[in-house]
Design a protein around this ligand. Structure first.
Ligand SMILES: N[C@@H](CCCCC(O)O)C(=O)O
Ligand SMILES: [Mn+2]
Ligand SMILES: [Mn+2]
Ligand SMILES: [Mn+2]
Length: 301
């Protein structure tokens, strides 16, 4: 899925069907379709890394798809799936746009290496495969050899952290990666967090922004239908403010919306609350303003 400047109407399949593309505020939307992933038989763990072959080949396909979207000049919207897909999304984006800044909005840091991961779930590891400074800490994994580190630690900002493993905290500290946990969000307020985030990522060169948004960054009262909910999250308003602020920089180049999982919703309301929040976050990325919008060529009758 990707967006450009002309008005267009398009709706998508479940669970995104209410994602009416007219909401994309005058953006032309092109649906690049679903990236199909292969089932991999006997995908035995390597060490404690689960399903490496399936996740590696899925991300290789996704990387090619995102690369194509960027080569066509669009801002790419990747609707996940879980956060392991950020491997392919950021890799494909970096193949088209050499130098990226990454804003990672998440309750978690997702920066475990295969050797530090407490669970072996790759959705907790994507950043470790992407960062130059961690390359020497990544063992060889089947279907992962195509991945080339493409992001520098200094070009990353985390927002919303509140469930970081000790090993991840060591990595973040060692590499000096900038992060605004929920403590900083409470202390500074979200507008100051966003002001500092943009000053920081634009301090040297203005690089295209890859926004990787895990829906579990929001408080579970808003987005319960997700795999690893953590109390004390961003309010709906704080979550949307992040997207509005990034939109107005004019530097948004790709956005992931991941970990929306209808199977984890106990009721229809929980599912729709989660999906609607995700839709509103993406709308905020593309210019939807809570004050209202009107088409540039609107003429009063
Ligand atoms: N840190 C945990 C939890 C990861 C949560 C993943 C989500 O943020 O995509 C792990 O490594 O398993
Ligand atoms: Mn997950
Ligand atoms: Mn995540
Ligand atoms: Mn998360």
């Amino acid at each position: 899925l990707s967006c450009k400047e002309k008005p267009n109407r398009q709706t998508l399949g479940p669970p995104w069907n209410e994602f009416d593309m007219m909401y994309m505020n005058g953006c032309a939307v092109k649906d690049y379709g679903n990236v199909t992933f292969e089932e991999v038989a006997n995908d035995e763990p390597i060490g404690n890394v689960k399903r490496p072959r399936a996740v590696g080949s899925a991300n290789q396909r996704l990387s090619a798809a995102v690369h194509a979207v960027k080569n066509d000049g669009y801002t790419c919207v990747m609707l996940g799936g879980d956060h392991s897909l950020a491997i392919g999304s950021i890799q494909g984006h970096a193949a088209a746009k050499k130098d990226l800044s990454v804003v990672w909005v998440d309750a978690h840091a997702d920066i475990n290496t295969p050797l530090t991961s407490p669970t072996g779930n790759i959705h907790g590891q994507p950043m470790s495969y992407l960062i130059h400074e961690l390359h020497s800490k990544i063992p060889v994994l089947p279907n992962f050899s195509w991945i080339k580190p493409c992001v520098s630690a200094k070009d990353i900002v985390y927002i919303g952290l509140r469930d970081v493993d000790p090993e991840e905290h060591h990595i973040l500290t060692l590499l000096g990666i900038k992060g605004y946990s929920m403590t900083e969000v409470d202390r500074l307020g979200i507008s100051k967090v966003m002001e500092e985030t943009c000053d920081y990522i634009f301090s040297k060169v203005k690089k295209p922004i890859h926004l990787s948004y895990d829906i579990d960054a929001l408080d579970p009262s808003i987005s319960p239908a997700t795999g690893t909910p953590v109390v004390g999250g961003l309010t709906y308003r704080e979550g949307v403010y992040i997207t509005e602020h990034i939109c107005q920089t004019g530097m948004l180049s790709a956005v992931d919306m991941v970990e929306v999982n209808p199977k984890r919703g106990k009721t229809e309301d929980e599912i729709s609350s989660t999906v609607n929040a995700a839709v509103d976050l993406i709308r905020g990325c593309f210019g939807r303003l809570r004050e209202g919008n009107h088409p540039a060529d609107y003429k009063m009758p």
